[in-house]
Design a protein around this ligand. Structure first.
Ligand code: ATP
Length: 281
């Protein structure tokens, strides 16, 4: 395995010249959430992910950046096995949470997706009331049964998602009656209602206006106190604002993975530098 441990402020030559990825692993300051080793993924005969090695840290925001088609969403979907739904996908390598490979045959997918929730690009509330959007999954997982507990859970999830004040008087209205930004916060409330460890976000603000985007970014900053957040974004400023760590993907590989400050102020690889400075996209 070819892992370069990047140290903050370390002065190294541009790694492209050495032909090696720059990968941050085993950061002593943070607890590990997910360990990814030698991950390769194919759609049929097309290899979309190549030898990915990453340690993702608890209670941090990690941004996945890179040009269109470089494998960011594919990687994100590996973390809660959403790619299982695509018949042509095959993969090798290790994705470990709490010492267990998420791809091992005994791993229960439903239980995994409870621990690793997901928020998509387009807000997708269920065609149900605001209240039922929140309690649907907790009921399915037998986390709550008494009405009073459900009420409490709905209020807490909506408060944590910064939506309670706006919807507390209309909980029985359809989730789809809310604005786009509110719907996305409802989806975040739905994701956190089952108390996951990790929340995956796939371009969560790309369909939203600037004010709703800022609200979600503030929310990510608050939520990382409780959850590990891994987000795909095309918006460099957003990655710089919200992420503690940033991974730069290119043609299915992680070319550089480092703390966000270093990535944006002193990227080690020429490819990452060119992307961040807008030389290609
Ligand atoms: N279901 C699929 N079947 C076949 N190929 C796929 C499938 N989904 C993605 N791919 C291919 O895998 C590669 C990675 O796609 P992916 O969507 O992960 O990239 P991305 O970096 O998230 O792109 P974008 O930023 O445009 O969303 C692309 O070449 C894409 O065409």
């Amino acid at each position: 395995m070819n892992i370069k441990v990047a140290q903050r402020g370390e002065n190294v030559m541009k790694q492209d010249e050495l032909g090696q990825p720059v990968t941050r692993n085993e950061d002593a300051n943070h607890e590990l959430s997910i360990r990814v080793r030698d991950l390769d993924l194919w759609y049929g005969s097309f290899q979309a992910l190549k030898s990915i090695n990453m340690d993702l840290y608890q209670k941090n925001v990690t941004a996945l950046i890179g040009p269109s088609g470089c494998g960011k969403s594919t990687f994100l979907r590996c973390l809660n096995r959403m790619n299982d739904l695509i018949p042509s996908v095959s993969l090798t390598g290790l994705i470990e949470m709490d010492g267990r490979d998420v791809n091992e045959s005994k791993m229960d997918e439903v239980a995994l997706r409870r621990r690793v929730g997901m928020v998509f690009q387009k807000p997708n509330p269920f065609p149900k009331s605001i209240y039922d959007n929140i309690v649907y999954a907790p009921r399915m997982h037998d986390l709550v049964s008494r009405k009073a507990d459900q009420d409490e859970l709905v209020e807490k999830a909506l408060r944590d998602a910064g939506l309670w004040e706006e919807v507390k008087d209309k909980l029985q209205q359809p989730g789809t009656s809310l604005s786009g930004g509110q719907q996305q916060r409802l989806c975040i409330a739905r994701a956190i209602a089952v108390q996951p460890d990790v929340i995956l976000m796939d371009e969560p603000t790309s369909a939203l206006d600037p004010i709703s985007t800022a609200t979600i970014e503030d929310l990510m900053d608050k939520l990382k106190q409780q959850f590990t957040i891994i987000t795909v974004t095309h918006n460099m400023q957003q990655a710089a604002r919200v992420a503690d760590y940033t991974a730069f993907f290119h043609l299915g590989e992680v070319v550089e993975y480092n703390d966000t400050k270093t990535m944006f102020s002193n990227p080690y690889t020429k490819k990452a530098e060119d992307y961040i400075t807008g030389r290609y996209g």
